[in-house]
Design a protein around this ligand. Structure first.
Ligand SMILES: [Fe+2]
Length: 303
């Protein structure tokens, strides 16, 4: 009787995480391509999301200058230059959040060591779960708390960050669109966004039915890939959300869109990124070397 060789079956060790649910396949399959919902451990009883702790941000000598807010009714397609006039201070909005119709974006919390520890822990887990080289890819990272009044809209916009938005307290509805849908986001909007205007995304109600809609509640979150347009609605509750994000070092996408912005201004109909590697590389080189206008056109026509 011959001894039977036993084939070695590799044992897959599950990734150990304490913030995100490691069984969610979205981290691997959809990361920075499509939005997906995930579970996380942050809820309203976490010490870093208690109201007195969050309010300290408004007295922090550095962070107080990064605390953006507005208040008053706005619409989904709100233009940022037409926001209602601010009549309240940031602390007045914070202390009267139930009635202020306010939206507070407490930015750059990575400058606070305690919030930075949360951000680092989150990004480490994202790195493990996605298998991406985030440390090598990122040029900057940011933690933000959003503090929002009941029945308040967060206007439609697009971002340059790769983002994980986590609901911590209260509920919130996320409406997010496929970034590759050129009816929703035409090339011209992306060209303007990457060249000169963060508010370039225009809401188109006729395509609302194409939105992925997520009902966020404490312990759930939504991944927002770079340039995926989105808007949010807080129902009849105060909402606290925590966002972790990073920007890519790689500026190739930005440079192609910037080149196309100038080409279109000169009456040409530029080829969108991703259609021709030669054109994309030429545009990237031209923009990164500082060529613009006619020099750029000459360079591209010469190819
Ligand atoms: Fe956003």
């Amino acid at each position: 009787m011959h001894a039977t060789a036993v084939a070695e079956v590799p044992v897959k060790t599950p990734v150990q995480t304490s913030i995100f649910d490691p069984s969610n396949p979205g981290f691997h399959t959809d990361f920075d391509e499509k939005p997906f919902e995930f579970n996380h451990c942050f809820t309203a009883d976490h010490p870093m999301f208690q109201l007195p702790r969050i309010r300290q941000i408004l007295d922090h000598p550095v962070l107080m200058h990064h605390a953006y807010y507005d208040h008053g009714p706005i619409i989904i397609g709100q233009r940022w230059q037409q926001l209602p006039e601010r009549k309240l201070t940031s602390k007045e909005v914070f202390d009267n959040i139930d009635e202020a119709s306010g939206w507070m974006m407490l930015r750059h919390l990575e400058k606070d060591p305690e919030y930075n520890a949360l951000l680092e822990q989150c990004l480490n887990e994202v790195k493990l779960l996605t298998g991406r080289q985030i440390d090598e890819d990122k040029k900057s990272q940011e933690a933000i708390i959003f503090f929002t009044s009941p029945n308040r809209i967060t206007a439609y916009h697009i971002d340059r960050e790769c983002n994980f938005l986590m609901q911590v307290s209260g509920n919130k509805e996320m409406n997010i669109f496929d970034r590759n849908d050129r009816d929703v986001t035409p090339e011209t909007e992306l060209e303007t966004f990457w060249s000169k205007d963060n508010n370039a995304g225009i809401y188109k109600p006729e395509f609302q039915d194409r939105a992925y809609v997520y009902q966020m509640r404490p312990g759930t979150g939504v991944h927002i890939p770079v340039n995926s347009p989105h808007w949010l609605k807080t129902p009849n509750n105060v909402s606290i959300s925590f966002s972790i994000s990073y920007q890519y070092k790689d500026s190739r996408r930005k440079h192609v869109y910037q080149a196309n912005y100038y080409l279109r201004k000169m009456g040409l109909n530029p080829t969108p990124p991703g259609k021709s590697a030669i054109l994309d590389n030429t545009k990237r080189a031209a923009v990164s070397l500082g060529f613009a206008g006619k020099n750029l056109i000459k360079k591209i026509k010469g190819k």
